[in-house]
Design a protein around this ligand. Structure first.
Ligand code: CP
Ligand code: NVA
Length: 311
């Protein structure tokens, strides 16, 4: 059966652990190579990846492009608006057609149903490059960054600030799989997806949703946030005012552990969800997270092709 990567649960705890270990190995193995060089023993030689974007992207686009190239393959990047998909061709027909040309497809879209439908109709692996519901590739890169920073995932105390959005949903899913503790400090009406919270709690994760940002920050190992207005959402002064108490400031970081990390998937909006001085501080690992999109996604691709052993 083909392997799709639509959410972290598709790989499960053993798959995610294997992906993260593989990414650490691959990253170390090419330490001094130029970025455009193909890996030694590249494992996806002659494989082609198609990427479809219905929303803007810098990191996902560039990192997936380099991921498949470093593995020896090639990529094709398409904006949905210039495809027939943008004029009403169905996801099903798009899946059938692209499956005849390429070996894997990555989709960034709005409704999660679309990536599910693409996976259902494609005969090649499909990867979720962000939907309104989740962003599993981002959270793989983030967990890789935590491990690199010496933070064992199990038992870690992570505090999420602001909107319970797609990135937060995948973080909750990761908490269930990797057994870290998660406090989400957010205003009423901005809660994450109920199903993700319930599922993570059902497998034993400690997930707390609270209103008090100082309580969430106190003794945290990691403080994480993201934009208050995700792509496709309407911006308004009302939302900004509601979110302002959840801004990550120097005072918030001072409540966390001394060796805490500040994490953000980027793009950041300094002066809104985080102040510039925190982005520039000793705590910040935001560019490591961005780099690790590349390394994590190489291993996600390898997992999709059954090249990574897991239980
Ligand atoms: N973090 C992230 O997914 O960035 P892009 O929107 O630039 O791809
Ligand atoms: N939550 C953000 C993430 C961007 C990478 C969005 O969906 O716009």
């Amino acid at each position: 059966m083909k392997r799709d990567f639509l959410n972290l649960n598709d790989a499960g705890a053993s798959g995610i652990t294997a992906i993260l270990n593989d990414a650490l190995d691959l990253k170390a193995a090419r330490k001094n190579k130029p970025k455009g060089a193909i890996d030694d023993n590249a494992s996806l030689v002659d494989h082609a990846l198609a990427m479809i974007f219905e929303k803007n992207s810098t990191r996902t686009r560039a990192s997936f492009d380099m991921s498949i190239k470093q593995l020896g393959g090639s990529s094709m990047i398409m904006d949905a608006g210039t495809m027939q998909l943008g004029r009403g061709e169905t996801i099903a027909d798009t899946a059938h057609v692209l499956s005849r040309y390429v070996d894997a497809i990555m989709l960034r879209t709005n409704e999660h149903d679309k990536v599910q439908s693409l996976a259902h109709h494609a005969t090649v692996p499909v990867i979720n490059g962000l939907t309104d519901l989740s962003h599993p590739c981002q959270i793989c890169a983030d967990m890789l960054t935590m491990i690199e920073q010496g933070k064992a995932l199990t038992g870690l105390n992570i505090a999420w600030f602001g909107d319970g959005n797609n990135v937060a949903n995948s973080l909750i899913e990761a908490a269930g799989l990797m057994k870290f503790n998660l406090i989400l400090a957010l205003p009423a009406g901005c809660e994450p997806k109920h199903d993700f919270v319930t599922e993570a709690r059902n497998v034993g994760a400690q997930i707390d949703i609270i209103r008090d940002p100082t309580k969430a920050a106190t003794d945290a190992d990691i403080i994480m946030t993201d934009t208050w207005v995700s792509m496709g959402q309407a911006d308004s002064d009302k939302i900004i005012a509601k979110m302002m108490p959840y801004q990550v400031t120097d005072n918030i970081m001072a409540l966390a552990k001394d060796d805490a990390l500040f994490m953000h998937c980027l793009p950041a909006h300094a002066g809104k969800e985080v102040v510039q001085s925190v982005l520039d501080s000793k705590y910040s690992v935001v560019f490591d997270q961005a780099e690790n999109r590349l390394h994590a996604q190489k291993s996600i691709l390898r997992w999709c092709f059954g090249l990574i052993d897991c239980d």
